[in-house]
Ligand binder design. Structure first.
Ligand SMILES: *[C@@H]1O[C@H](CO)[C@@H](O)[C@H](O)[C@H]1NC(C)=O
Ligand SMILES: *[C@@H]1O[C@H](CO)[C@@H](O)[C@H](O)[C@H]1NC(C)=O
Length: 397
């Protein structure tokens, strides 16, 4: 019995009227008929919405198994591969297995996934490789490059791009292609040195970057100063759609905090700034005075992001804003690193996909844009004393 029927039973008068209307009798009032028609429309609409929602939900949950089943039935080659992997698990494992990945995003993302690929391969004792047409190949002298794909690649998916997934350290038996970003330093924490060797730039690029870098900061290096890089990403992360995803640009106050933090530790320094919005930087990134002397600052005017990247890796210490581009330049520079604490924006897609402990190495330092937390603590301390005082007064009465 639907709730509507229950309703009718409660008032027999209304029941009679509704019955008449539904059976097509002359309606008592045109208002009643209109109401009834509206009700029917709403019911149809509600049913339709529920149906569509249900189909979407089922598709969402069962999409991958459904595709797998579909291919298994329709493609003989796919069937052969799946069976081959099954057999592989049963037979003695004489032939090696391979693992590779599909690429997404840009330079920083590619580097992250390649480093993770090497770590995952090592943990599983698989052979890692990238296709020789991978864009990373044009920057670094990578050693794990292969002209041909391994046979029978099975896909595994990484659904949370910036969260460590221990399942990857124990892959299914078979040749595997990872689809996703796999961005956590925990995948390769046991092989930092090897990763650093992989990310050796091609000689001609390295020479060019060194020359350019020397042009910018050579005279300060001669003075024995340390070079602290500041990477300021703004352009694309300021767009509304990027903000909705969880991106944000670090504000001036954060860079002030970060510069102060670095100067407390390395007073004899110079700042080297690269950005996709160098005009903003020239107006907003102003180093504090040190012993009454201005701290020098140099702005890169390079127009290619690769040149900036290469120069960032040559700096001694790093101040980051957001994104994997800065992340990797800092990891390679291998000095003291400060990153922006308020990225990603809370309750956004990227926030959901990111576990900060998996994404940022533990020894990197998170700073925010609020005034130094020392002051904030002091503020809470006074608030606490005041509260205590009030409570005391209250109870003494
Ligand atoms: C993995 O790929 C290699 C090289 O193409 C192939 O010889 C081997 O049979 C494949 N193994 C499985 C289990 O598919
Ligand atoms: C700082 O960086 C410069 C340029 O890469 C390098 O020559 C120098 O040795 C570094 N200084 C320290 C103390 O690491």
């Amino acid at each position: 019995m639907t709730p509507w029927n229950v309703l009718r039973l409660h008032s027999t008068g209304a029941l009679a009227q509704l019955n008449r209307i539904e059976s097509g009798d002359t309606p008592y009032s045109s208002q009643g008929a209109m109401f009834n028609q509206m009700l029917r429309h709403w019911r149809t609409l509600a049913r339709l919405t529920c149906g569509v929602a249900l189909v979407c939900f089922l598709l969402w949950v069962y999409w991958r198994p459904a595709v797998h089943a579909y291919k298994f039935v329709l493609s003989a080659e796919y069937r052969r591969c799946v069976l081959q992997s099954r057999n592989y698990e049963l037979e003695e494992k004489s032939t090696p297995l391979y693992v590779t990945l599909e690429y997404h995003g840009r330079l920083g993302n590619w580097m992250y996934s390649y480093a993770s690929l090497l770590g995952i391969a090592k943990a599983n004792a698989y052979i890692p490789y990238l296709s020789s047409s991978h864009p990373l190949v044009s920057y670094f002298s990578l050693t794990k490059i292969q002209a041909n794909e391994a046979e029978c690649l099975q896909k595994v998916y990484d659904d949370l791009p910036c969260t460590y997934n221990p399942d990857f350290m124990n892959l299914p038996a078979g040749n595997i292609s990872i689809d996703g970003y796999v961005q956590s330093w925990k995948y390769f924490r046991f092989m930092d040195e090897e990763i650093r060797r992989e990310f050796k730039m091609h000689a001609h690029l390295k020479t060019a970057a060194r020359e350019q870098f020397w042009g910018y900061v050579g005279k300060y290096l001669k003075e024995g100063r340390l070079i602290i890089s500041i990477h300021v990403r703004r352009g694309d992360v300021l767009r509304p759609e990027a903000r909705r995803l969880g991106f944000t640009a670090a504000p001036k106050a954060y860079f002030d905090n970060a510069m102060n933090y670095m100067l407390e530790r390395y007073p004899h320094s110079v700042f080297f700034v690269t950005s996709d919005d160098i005009h903003w930087c020239k107006e907003n990134i102003i180093p504090p005075q040190k012993n009454g002397m201005p701290v020098p600052i140099v702005f890169s005017s390079s127009t290619t992001s690769w040149e900036d990247f290469a120069m960032l890796t040559l700096c001694n210490h790093s101040i980051l804003s957001v994104g994997t581009f800065g992340w990797w330049s800092a990891w390679l520079a291998n000095g003291h690193v400060v990153y922006y604490k308020e990225f990603p924006l809370p309750d956004t897609k990227i926030d959901f996909e990111t576990n900060k402990e998996d994404y940022f190495p533990t020894h990197w330092v998170a700073l925010s844009s609020s005034q130094s937390s020392k002051h904030l603590n002091l503020y809470f301390y006074f608030l606490f004393i005041l509260l205590e005082f009030c409570l005391n007064q209250l109870f003494q009465c």
